[in-house]
Write a protein that binds this ligand. Structure first.
Ligand code: BTN
Length: 266
């Protein structure tokens, strides 16, 4: 797989010598965090054929069966305060959508803030983790973890997520190579990283166009509390502006947003 990726990447791609492949790993994000804390440079990519403990947001797991998808984590060294990185997950989402479009010809949507979707089904997800130096308050490293379903047929997903999940194969009817997608992701993430600060407005304008949450009736779950409203827009820090049923508006930065009609929320 690593050789296939290298074959596809441009010869002069700056991060091409920083790929670490594992046939099996618990979680590429966990490994990337360990390596980053030991000094691994920006552009180090951990990629695996299968994860036994793939992690998603909010403590969820991410099913990562053998050779069925791309499971990878990229180490970045942003060298700035975390407040300047509020849009990082959104930027990674746009980069991931670019890569999917490159290899499949179809642009997926993004469910705020970190899911790639096709129609009403989840194609993949992004888990961004940040480490901040307590002395300086500067982000020491960021790990961007991306998981995208590639080769599954509907029956390959566990029963409980069968109606909620899809893959590139289900999207296109074609067997799209995981190596091609991984290479496209590396290129689009490199480009994203180069413009992360200088092109923030453009990146977030693209996120807003891709975001399927905007304009939808949503419910916001925080702990035991459920509130209903309508998603109005996403600002340049990636916050979701929600208008609640009583008319007042609030920017939402965390918690779980469900869209009416998606992932089984009726
Ligand atoms: C989510 O659905 O909430 C995010 C899923 C992120 C999954 C990817 S797979 C590669 C990387 N390693 C992990 O353990 N998680 C991310």
């Amino acid at each position: 797989m690593k050789n296939q990726i290298l074959h596809i990447l441009p010869e002069d791609f700056p991060w091409r010598n920083q790929i670490q492949w594992y046939d099996v790993i618990d979680s590429t994000n966990t490994k990337a965090k360990v390596l980053a804390s030991q000094g691994a440079p920006e552009g180090t990519l951990i990629i695996a054929g299968c994860q036994t403990g793939g992690r998603g947001r909010l403590g969820r797991s991410f099913a990562s069966p053998k050779d069925s998808g791309v499971y990878m984590s990229l180490i970045l060294r942003p060298n700035c305060s975390p407040s300047k990185l509020m849009h990082l997950t959104c930027a990674a989402g746009v980069a991931a959508a670019d890569a999917v479009e490159t290899v499949s010809g179809i642009r997926p949507g993004i469910k705020w803030t970190n899911d790639l979707v096709y129609g009403r089904q989840k194609l993949g997800g992004i888990l961004t983790e940040l480490s901040v130096n307590p002395q300086t308050g500067i982000a020491d490293f960021a790990v961007i973890g991306i998981g995208i379903n590639c080769r599954q047929q509907p029956g390959d997903f566990p029963q409980e997520i069968q109606s909620l999940a899809c893959s590139l194969r289900m999207m296109t009817g074609k067997d799209i190579s995981c190596a091609a997608l991984a290479a496209a992701l590396m290129v689009s993430l490199y480009r994203m990283n180069c413009g992360l600060h200088s092109q923030k407005q453009e990146i977030m304008a693209r996120f807003s166009r891709d975001c399927v949450t905007v304009g939808q009736e949503i419910s916001l779950l925080r702990g035991d509390e459920v509130r209903h409203g309508k998603a109005v827009s996403v600002n340049t820090d990636g916050e979701l502006l929600v208008e609640f049923s009583d008319g007042h508006r609030e920017s939402v930065t965390s918690g779980e947003v469900s869209i009416r009609g998606m992932y089984g929320y009726l």
